[in-house]
Design a protein around this ligand. Structure first.
Ligand code: ATP
Ligand code: MG
Length: 350
């Protein structure tokens, strides 16, 4: 995959809006250095959806939170997050979000303005003591040049767009007065009301029942198409990935282990972890086969030994080959990267 798309003068190629390069989020704990995100790289294309998938603890949320700079202050960050900022009547500007002072006006402008985030639990985004309308309007006032009255109009329109019935009345309601699905919609409305160029959705449907889940996915897709927003969609559910993603990064223990387009991921997965993940989901195609679970559990990423991070759980692991040196993410072809030294031998082993 073409991760390294910056040209020499730090410009991003025309269709890339965000490029994450060698991102690191570490925590210095008493037990040792916890490398929660360790060298993550990917690019996000304009109007496309990048899915990030992986088991619990793989560093999906922390990667997103690092891009938004909403990690705890003691986290140590490394790498680059290059964001293309579009400016009216001027050339695009490339900003390294990791290099910005945390509370600088530019960072505040980006957070919620150019990059908006929706969370698994909407109560994280809303304060219980203000009305929904108040909070959506505040976000609009903060990021656009409008007065209070106009902000209210835009907020009500956003609530209507996400399928809220009677948005004028909902405007004056408090978060606890809405159902889970409605709160999720309100959060999406808030995120989209400032027309962000990038939307990060961190497991936005996990807490919802299946029908509401499908509606929310459809909503994100529709809004993406109408506003040409680029989406980073985080989930542990490969079924959701199949529905929503154009490209996919599979994460394991803080690293991207496979990175390719969605069709290739499902039809020609190369990393043993991706293969195992695919075998662990029920589907009509393999309903007569036994579902496999991945043996063992995800270790904590503290003081990990050299070598492949999946070594202890991989059925293809070879002592002296996979556990000697750290394994790099390598390009198999221009559309497919994998972090495994044995991927071509495994193909033959089946
Ligand atoms: N504030 C923190 N301090 C120390 N360690 C943290 C902190 N936040 C997360 N971690 C650790 O970082 C690792 C990655 O966490 P993260 O929340 O990104 O996982 P995730 O892939 O989003 O998992 P889930 O699917 O459960 O949401 C975990 O080992 C977690 O314990
Ligand atoms: Mg998470």
């Amino acid at each position: 995959m073409n991760i390294d798309v910056t040209t020499t003068n730090n410009q991003l190629t025309s269709d890339i809006v965000l490029q994450v390069k060698d991102l690191k989020t570490h925590f210095d704990l008493e037990e040792g250095l916890l490398k929660a995100v360790e060298g993550v790289s990917f690019s996000l294309r304009q109007g496309k959806t990048l899915g990030i998938v992986g088991e619990s603890g793989s560093g999906k949320s922390l990667s997103a939170q690092t891009i938004m700079r909403i990690v705890p202050p003691h986290a140590k960050l490394g790498g680059e997050v290059l964001l293309k900022r579009r400016r009216k009547g001027k050339d695009d500007k490339i900003v390294n979000v990791i290099g910005l002072p945390l509370n600088s006006p530019e960072m505040r402008d980006i957070r919620g303005g150019e990059i908006a985030m929706i969370f698994q639990e909407p109560m994280k985004a809303f304060s219980p003591i203000y009305t929904i309308g108040n909070q959506v309007s505040e976000a609009i006032l903060l990021h656009s040049n409008v007065n209070k009255e106009e902000a209210k109009k835009i907020a009500i329109e956003s609530l209507r767009k996400v399928g809220m019935s009677n948005p004028e009345q909902r405007f004056d309601e408090y978060p606890h007065q809405l159902s889970g699905g409605m709160r999720q919609r309100a959060m999406i409305a808030m995120a989209l009301s400032c027309k962000p160029s990038i939307l990060i959705a961190d497991e936005p449907t996990t807490a919802l029942d299946v029908t509401v889940q499908a509606q929310v996915l459809q909503l994100i897709n529709e809004l993406k198409d109408s506003l040409n927003t680029s989406v980073i969609f985080i989930t542990h559910d490969l079924g959701v990935i199949a529905e929503i993603a154009d490209e996919v990064a599979v994460m394991y223990l803080g690293e991207v282990v496979e990175y390719t387009d969605v069709d290739t991921l499902f039809h020609n997965p190369l990393h043993p972890y991706t293969k195992a993940l695919l075998k662990s989901i029920p589907s009509t195609a393999n309903r007569h086969e036994k579902l496999e679970s991945i043996k063992g559990t995800v270790p904590t990423p503290i003081n990990l030994p050299e070598g492949c991070r999946f070594y202890t759980r991989c059925k293809y692991a070879v002592d002296g080959v996979c556990n000697d040196n750290d394994i790099q993410l390598t390009s198999v072809n221009e559309k497919h990267d994998v972090r495994c030294v044995r991927w071509d031998e495994i193909e033959e082993e089946g």
